[in-house]
Design a protein around this ligand. Structure first.
Ligand code: EPS
Length: 357
């Protein structure tokens, strides 16, 4: 039994969609809890005016009846309210009538750091918009909705996942300075998961390692350039005697430098992962670029953007970690009905005599 997540959607298209398959039947979902996470993702210091246009809420099209999962694919939709300003420019079918609204003129000045240039070359595009619309971090809204569902499943087996910004006080000051300078900033977020049993993931194959899967999940989020598990890079400078977490009677640890994962397997300690986000590539004082239509030097595209989206990343990273942990738990405990899944977890916890903490 595996959990899969497929998403689609452009930033200014009609909607973002996700299909989450492999959930057990009988899981009670809370619409408000999903919308709360969508709202959390939209908050934070340094977001663009776009967030005042959007007020994200989830719609469920399939896989749910009277608030309970059916064990069939769960189809989620988050609409782009801004699409009403782009109906001609982002029309899925050839638009009728005269061009009007936004997105009617081709974009040919790629932004360094965005998908613009690589996307235009790779897909043979004359209008960079065809690349940037999907590459946009707007897509993360529907991933957060799916992550909220995964958190609900994880709660059934005693797991809580929470993301936060590392150094939040310092971040607003950097945002203020950057905004004045018409620049952007990045930052670091941390996700912690409590209550994860030992034994999720496996050292049997590299693609089964939980650390590899979490790293890929975090690196798969827009603008993330670095991932750390536990003390990560700092461990490289330590001696073994200072780097490992000694095992004490009751199989407990006094330290958690490994971030709750040893040899690609959860060890029962809190899972701790960090992701580093680069500054966003849309600058109000643009960087140098080249016009793809003429080959002439120019300045990169300037369009409404965030100064920072680090607080949003904390919520998005939380959702990504929740999905990966839920996926690993579905593989280990299986079950078509929620009770089968929870029962298998309980039997395992009894076998290893694991004390939830
Ligand atoms: C984004 C650019 C901005 C952000 C967007 C991500 O969009 P726009 O060009 O419409 O102002 O606001 O993020 C969101 C819309 C969101 O909901 O997170 C980009 O280029 O990645």
């Amino acid at each position: 039994m595996s959990l899969t997540l497929t998403t689609a959607g452009e930033s200014h298209g009609p909607a973002l969609v996700a299909i989450l398959s492999g959930l057990p039947a009988g899981l009670v979902l809370d619409r408000e809890a999903i919308d709360r996470d969508l709202h959390r993702r939209q908050q934070g210091y340094g977001r663009s005016p776009r967030q005042q246009l959007e007020s994200d809420v989830v719609e469920v099209l399939a896989g749910l009846r009277h608030g309970r999962t059916l064990g069939t694919p769960l189809a989620l939709v988050v609409r782009n309210r801004d699409h009403k300003n782009w109906t001609w420019g982002m029309s899925p079918w050839p638009p009728e009538g005269d061009p009007e609204g936004k997105g009617t003129k081709p974009v040919t000045l790629p932004r360094p750091g965005h998908a613009d240039l690589a996307g235009a070359l790779k897909y043979g595009l004359d209008d960079v918009r065809d690349a940037l619309e999907r590459a946009s971090a707007r897509q993360t809204a529907v991933s957060v909705a799916a992550g909220a569902v995964c958190k609900t499943l994880l709660r059934e087996i005693g797991v809580e996942v929470e993301g936060s910004v590392v150094g939040l006080e310092e971040l607003p000051a950097r945002v203020d300075e950057a905004r004045q300078d018409r620049d952007t900033v990045g930052g670091v977020v941390e996700v912690r998961a409590r209550g994860v049993v030992p034994g999720l993931g496996s050292y049997a194959a590299k693609e089964e390692r939980l650390d590899a899967r979490l790293a890929a999940a975090l690196m798969g989020i827009q603008a993330v350039k670095g991932v750390e598990i536990g003390e990560g890079f700092a461990l490289a400078a330590k001696r073994g005697s200072e780097a490992h977490d000694e095992i004490l009677p009751g199989l407990v640890r006094e330290t958690n430098r490994a971030g709750g994962i040893e040899a690609g397997v959860s060890n029962g300690e809190e899972i701790r992962v960090r992701a580093g986000m680069k500054p966003l590539p849309t600058l109000m004082r643009p960087l140098r670029s080249v016009d793809l239509a003429t080959g002439e030097p120019g300045e990169a595209l300037v369009e409404r953007s965030d100064t920072a989206a680090v607080e949003a990343l904390a919520v998005v990273a939380e959702a990504a970690v929740a999905f990966e942990l839920a996926r690993a738990a579905r593989e280990k405990f299986g079950g078509d009905a929620l009770g089968d899944f929870v029962g298998a977890w309980r039997a395992y916890v009894d076998r290893i005599a694991w004390q939830t903490r």
